[in-house]
Design a protein. Structure first.
Length: 216
């Protein structure tokens, strides 16, 4: 049975979140392909993981037999997150753009799961796992747009997920999500609707493609 690790980080619930709407579409299509599969779900807005601490960080480089009680407890929490990543056959991440980058809750999750010598380094333990990132944003930061240089979501996540963790990363980018709510962007509403509908189609298609890849 296939396992999907699904992570949401939007502070907005349900349909109020553009990224959640698209991750829901992916997950629904995935579950159609894997009705008996497992979904490990983490809502980092509702239940944030701890930010990395000195004890949790240093424990990753120390002999477990020498861990203090604090190191042991905090490292155990890191290991649980790491094992969820390692057990996953596919990963789905909702990563809305907040102030040009990812939510701090998602950064905290990444800081916990990046462990040199295990998930990162010469032989990353989850290497090759397909990851779909829904990188929603209120405006557009696509190549050729005025704010292209402010795109720190896809660039950063490519560096961390693909380069550091060795994951096989793909992006879905619903953009202009503020258009329906900002009168100054009213003329962009049709472009937002096109982007939203395209993202929903891509999510369903990618979920099926990943399922077929795993079944091959």
């Amino acid at each position: 049975m296939a396992t999907l690790l699904h992570i949401d980080s939007s502070v907005f619930p349900g349909e109020a979140s553009a990224s959640r709407a698209v991750t829901d579409a992916f997950r629904s299509a995935w579950q159609e392909q894997h009705p008996d599969g497992t979904v490990i779900y983490r809502d980092l807005a509702a239940n944030p993981v701890p930010h990395i601490t000195a004890a949790a960080h240093t424990a990753g480089f120390a002999d477990p037999a020498a861990h203090t009680a604090e190191q042991a407890a905090e490292f155990a929490a890191r290991v649980k997150l790491i094992e969820e990543l390692e057990q996953a056959d596919a990963v789905l991440i909702g990563a809305p753009m907040y102030n040009y980058t990812i939510p701090s809750t998602l950064k905290a999750w990444l800081d916990n799961v990046i462990l040199i010598g295990r998930t990162a380094g010469d032989t990353p333990s989850a290497k090759g796992t397909p990851v779909t990132v829904v990188a929603s944003r209120g405006g557009s930061y696509a190549p050729g747009t005025p704010r292209e240089s402010y795109e720190y979501v896809q660039n950063y996540l490519t560096a961390v997920l693909a380069d550091a963790l060795g994951l096989d990363v793909d992006f879905i980018v619903p953009e202009l999500t503020m258009a329906p709510h900002n009168p100054a962007m009213a003329e962009l509403v049709p472009l937002f609707e096109d982007s939203r509908d395209r993202a929903l189609r891509e999510a369903a298609a990618k979920a099926k493609a990943v399922a077929e890849r795993l079944a091959a």
